[in-house]
Design a binder for this molecule. Structure first.
Ligand SMILES: C[S@@+](CC[C@H](N)C(=O)[O-])C[C@H]1O[C@@H](n2cnc3c(N)ncnc32)[C@H](O)[C@@H]1O
Length: 266
C-alpha cells in the first residue's frame, strides 16, 4: 500500500483529465506489480526488449528518432541499446513514472517524455462521461515532434487503451455491447494511428488471455486476434510468447492468468 502511494505521488499525468480517469493510479499499481511479479515477468520483459532491438536492426539506416508508445513505465524497454541505433528516443504515454523520468534524464537531449493521450478521447470523456462520437474516436492525432520518427513502436499497450475509458464509462449506464464496440474502435484507431506515420512500425501486444484455476485447469479466455485484422496487409508476425501475467499466488483463489503476446512489423 505504501509502495503504491509512493509511486502514485511520483507519477505525472498528461492532464487533470488523465488523472481523473485513473491513469496515475493504474501506473502506480503496475509499478508495484512489476516488483511483485518480477520473476514471472522476466521472460516477457526480455522477449519484449529483444523484439524491439530486432525490429530496430531491420531498418535500412541507423539514426533519427524512435517513437515508443506505452513508454511511461519503461521497464520493458532496452533504452540504452536503442540509443546506439537512434539519435533520439521519444517515449510517449499519458503518464510518466518517477523512475522513467529519472531514466530519461540520464541522456539529456536524447531521450524525451511526450505526454500524450494516444486515443484522443480522455479530455472528452472526463468532461462528459458518455461514449464519444466516432469522428473523435477514429481520428486520434499525432503529437508534434521536432522530427518525423524513423521508426514507431507500440509496446504492450494496445489492449490497455480501452480499459480506463470503459471503466470510467461503466458508471454512465451505457449498454455493455456499446462499451465493447467503443473499446474495439479504440484498438482499431490505434492501429490506424500507427500506420498513418508511414514509417516502419513494431507492434507488441497481447492477442489473447487465459484464466486457469488452482489446479492449472483452463477456466476461461478471450481472443483479441480478430481486432488485428485492421493491420496493413503487409504486416508480418515477427515473434510470439506467453506472458504469465498473474502467476499462481498473485490472484485470489490460487488461480493464474496468462497472455499470448505477438510482435507484428509493418
Ligand atoms: C501495460 S503498460 C505498457 C508496459 C510498460 N511499458 C511496462 O514496462 O510494463 C501500458 C501503458 O499504456 C499507457 N496508456 C494507456 N492508455 C493510454 C493512452 N490513452 N495514451 C497514452 N498511453 C496510454 C499506460 O499509461 C501504460 O504506461
Amino acid at each position: 500500500m505504501l509502495e503504491e502511494a509512493w509511486h502514485y505521488l511520483g507519477t505525472r499525468a498528461a492532464s487533470p483529465a488523465a488523472r481523473r480517469l485513473g491513469y496515475v493510479r493504474e501506473a502506480a499499481a503496475l509499478e508495484t506489480r512489476h516488483r511483485r511479479c518480477r520473476d514471472a515477468w522476466q521472460p516477457h520483459i526480455q522477449a519484449t526488449r529483444a523484439a524491439l532491438l530486432t525490429s530496430a536492426d531491420r531498418l535500412e539506416t541507423a539514426g533519427g528518432t524512435a517513437l515508443i508508445v506505452g513508454g511511461g513505465i519503461a521497464r520493458d524497454l532496452p533504452l540504452a541499446d536503442l540509443l546506439t541505433r537512434f539519435q533520439q528516443v521519444v517515449l510517449l504515454d499519458i503518464v510518466f513514472s518517477r523512475a522513467t523520468r529519472r531514466l530519461a534524464r540520464r541522456w539529456p537531449g536524447r531521450v524525451g517524455c511526450c505526454y500524450w493521450d494516444v486515443t484522443g478521447t480522455v479530455e472528452w470523456l472526463a468532461e462528459r462521461r458518455r461514449i464519444p462520437p466516432d469522428v473523435l474516436v477514429s481520428r486520434p492525432s499525432h503529437p508534434e515532434l521536432s522530427a518525423k520518427p524513423a521508426w514507431v513502436a507500440s509496446v504492450n499497450c494496445l489492449m490497455q487503451l480501452p480499459l480506463m475509458p470503459i471503466a470510467w464509462l461503466a458508471a454512465s449506464g451505457a449498454a455493455e455491447q456499446h462499451l465493447e464496440a467503443f473499446g474495439q474502435r479504440l484498438v482499431e484507431a490505434h492501429l490506424d494511428w500507427l500506420t498513418a506515420w508511414q514509417v516502419p512500425c513494431c507492434l507488441i501486444t497481447e492477442v489473447c488471455d487465459t484464466t486457469y484455476d488452482a489446479t492449472g485447469q483452463r477456466l476461461s479466455g478471450n481472443d483479441y486476434q480478430p481486432l488485428l485484422a485492421r493491420l496493413p496487409a503487409t504486416a508480418s508476425l515477427a515473434a510470439q510468447w506467453e506472458w504469465s501475467i498473474s502467476p499462481p499466488g498473485e490472484s485470489a483463489g490460487g488461480g493464474s492468468d496468462s497472455l499470448n503476446v505477438e510482435v507484428w512489423e509493418f
